[in-house]
Design a protein. Structure first.
Length: 193
């Protein structure tokens, strides 16, 4: 497994966010790789996972930007096992040098990349292929009353979603995501880290 620090939209390293490239063994029969190894991963992050999630989304579906407040913030290990997504993490740690900076990277079934997003970040993704399956591990269980959402197109965050790759489709969001707060409202409400 190779791990690499990630740079934000402003060129700064996002503390704790890692792009993980697994060792893939391929031959004429197919491929094999460890998608997660507790010993190796704990050497990197000193964390334990409590929940696995699996979603399927169609082209143009945008999920996020989701996060969970204290005392139940979630770290997430994201991978796309079918199709292609543009995956985004936004730093919501007010005392961080990269507060409100973001990273966006394509995860897909071919590159097998994984994105480790520690606690204190919002997460979302845009489905670029006809459909995509996303699997992710979380360090905390889901608690509806602690979940928050930042609007995907917040003008203060200026996330560069690859909408041009949707062949004319507009992003499709859930009601919850359509009614999400701006980063300014989240700050004023104390809904940041």
């Amino acid at each position: 497994m190779e791990k690499k620090k990630t740079k934000s939209n402003k060129g700064n390293y996002l503390d704790g966010v890692l792009l993980i490239t697994p060792n893939v063994f391929e031959d004429d029969r197919g491929y094999f790789y460890e998608s997660w190894n507790k010993k190796e991963f704990n050497e990197i992050t000193q964390t334990n996972f409590l929940q696995d999630n699996h979603s399927r989304s169609f082209k143009g579906v945008l999920r996020g930007l989701h996060y969970q407040l204290n005392p139940y913030p979630q770290g997430k290990l994201i991978r796309c096992t079918s199709g292609r997504i543009f995956d985004v993490a936004v730093d919501l740690r007010i005392n961080s040098n990269t507060y409100k900076e973001w990273i966006g990277i394509e995860l897909n079934a071919t590159n097998k990349l994984q994105l480790w997003i520690p606690k204190g970040f919002a997460h979302g993704f845009l489905t670029l292929s006809e459909s995509a399956e996303v699997q992710y591990k979380t360090t905390e269980n889901w608690f509806k009353e602690y979940e928050k959402t930042i609007i995907w197109n917040d003008p203060d965050l200026k996330i560069e979603w690859p909408i041009d790759k949707l062949d004319g489709l507009k992003p499709k969001l859930s009601i919850k995501d359509l009614n999400a707060a701006t980063i300014k409202i989240a700050e004023d409400s104390g809904f940041i880290f």
